[in-house]
Design a protein around this ligand. Structure first.
Ligand code: PLP
Length: 466
């Protein structure tokens, strides 16, 4: 058979991919942390520079192999640096297929069953939230974007003319001092202005204080300002704390404010019978953000925005485009309520994972992360060289070891290519933040984390002059 050139190229590249992937997976076990080098060293040591002339296949694969080996490994047992990690292989498979199909998720005409798959995911999550047929949702390129959508719908509800004539006057948003930085950034993007975001203090555990929220709203009302929304965080970025949604919902209803729940980090507790109580009251929210690429372990990125009343989504986003929307009703053409035009298929990876382990399986992933967090906290509590700063029911474990500055330990471990872990701050305390979000990790991996940290500290920090 004489196959076209494009077919032969694709097969050859996929075969190369399979070889590269197999080697990479082996390397993840053999060397779970990639060698650290300064940027200049990699610029000199790796073939990164682009030029006028192309490169032969074999040379190209060789260059890629070196670059891959040099890239930080985020799926191994030594990566605790951010709010993602590990690898759910069924989700990876789904994402690879999404690349292969290269659908664009704006119309049924371009996406076919992929659109139905996305609808199925959204509808299942809406059910878990306790929302009815009136609700809706979509996906966007990440939690910062889905938070932006929640915030924009809130703004447009408060000022329906904002979409046509622009914002008139100042409107005020409320969020906790521990919220994700996308809230302020989005306020700037939406023309609300960073100064119109009130940062409400938290209690000792890092959760927003409803009494102070109420005071702040009343002060603004007295001063003639116009409050329009509250953002409640389900899993704050540093401490992994949960704002008290039920009490915040009470306040939102009283003052007629939009309630957005930023569950980018830990909103996945909705899948767990054991931990969904942490977001009790979420059914009263107007919008909800969920990142499946965090607790559920899908590849980056997979971020959902759900809205209790779909009319808000249509009001904020629907735009007629006769060159695009040519067949089928609105529900099947999600481009009508999307932030983007062309949109990557981020649904298939979550669907593949969900299909393979079921809703109960997703719940087990979440439960296991909380279990690993318990193991880590238990270790810290029973070893007197440690000080714990975070609280139960959180997958972010914040601690210090032997009064060694957190920054020194984290950067030392990174530069010695031993482990990837970061540090954070709450009020005046700076500490190491261990995130037990990799559901493939075992208790043993958590104990190994402490062993590596202690050995490194003993060898490199304590015996050198600090
Ligand atoms: C990670 C995170 C975000 C942002 O999500 P991205 O997908 O990284 O843009 C927003 N809010 C919280 C609480 C987060 O932890």
């Amino acid at each position: 058979m004489n196959t076209p050139r494009a077919y032969q190229d694709a097969i050859r590249d996929l075969e190369a991919f399979y070889d590269i992937a197999s080697e990479h997976l082996r390397q993840e076990y053999a060397q779970p942390v990639s060698k650290y080098r300064e940027p200049q060293e990699w610029l000199e040591g790796l073939d990164i520079t682009l030029g006028d002339h192309g490169m032969k296949h074999d040379d190209m694969i060789g260059a890629l192999r070196e670059i891959i080996a040099a890239t930080p490994k985020t799926s191994t047992t030594r990566f605790f640096n951010q709010l993602f990690g590990g690898r759910q292989s069924k989700a990876m498979l789904g994402d690879l297929i999404a690349v292969l199909l290269n659908s664009s998720m704006y119309t049924y005409k371009a996406g076919g069953p992929q659109i139905l798959i996305e609808q199925e995911i959204l509808s299942q999550v809406r059910n878990l939230l306790g929302w009815d047929e009136n609700s809706s949702g979509t996906l966007a390129a990440g939690g910062s974007m889905t938070n932006l959508m929640g915030m924009q719908m809130a703004r447009d509800r408060a000022q329906p003319a904002a979409r046509t004539t622009g914002l008139s006057g100042k409107v005020i948003a409320y969020t906790s001092a521990e919220c994700h930085y996308s809230i302020q950034k989005n306020a700037a993007i939406l023309g609300i202005g960073r100064e119109q975001v009130r940062l409400i203090p938290t209690d000792q555990t890092g959760g927003l204080r409803p009494d102070l929220l109420k005071q702040s709203i009343e002060r603004d009302l007295r001063d003639g300002h116009r409050p329009f929304m509250v953002n409640a965080t389900a899993g704050t970025t540093v401490l992994g704390a949960f704002d008290p949604i039920e009490q915040i919902a009470e306040i939102c209803e009283k003052y007629d404010l939009w309630l957005h729940v930023d569950g980018a980090y830990c909103g996945s507790v909705i899948f767990s019978e054991k931990y969904k109580h942490l977001i009790q009251g979420v059914e009263r929210a107007d919008s909800f953000t969920l990142n499946a690429h965090k607790m559920l372990g899908t590849p980056l990125s997979c971020s959902l925005i759900l809205v209790q009343e779909k009319r808000h989504m249509y009001h904020s986003y629907s735009t007629d485009a006769s060159y695009l929307f040519q067949t089928h009703e609105d529900e099947l053409n999600p481009g009508k309520i999307s932030l983007q035009c062309g949109r990557r298929n981020d649904a298939l990876k979550l669907w593949c994972l969900w299909k393979s382990i079921g809703t109960a399986g997703l719940g087990s992933l979440v439960n296991h992360q909380f279990h690993l967090a318990d193991v880590a906290r238990e270790y810290i509590r029973t070893h007197e060289d440690y000080q714990l700063y975070s609280h139960d029911d959180s997958v972010g474990i914040c601690f210090n070891y032997l009064d060694i500055p957190a920054e020194k330990l984290c950067n030392g471990l990174y530069q010695a290519s031993e482990m990837m872990v970061g540090y954070g701050q709450f009020r005046d305390d700076v500490f190491i933040r261990l995130v037990t979000i990799n559901a493939s990790n075992t208790e043993e991996d958590i104990h190994e984390f402490f062993r590596v940290l202690e050995a490194f500290a003993q060898k490199h920090v304590l015996h050198s002059a600090i």
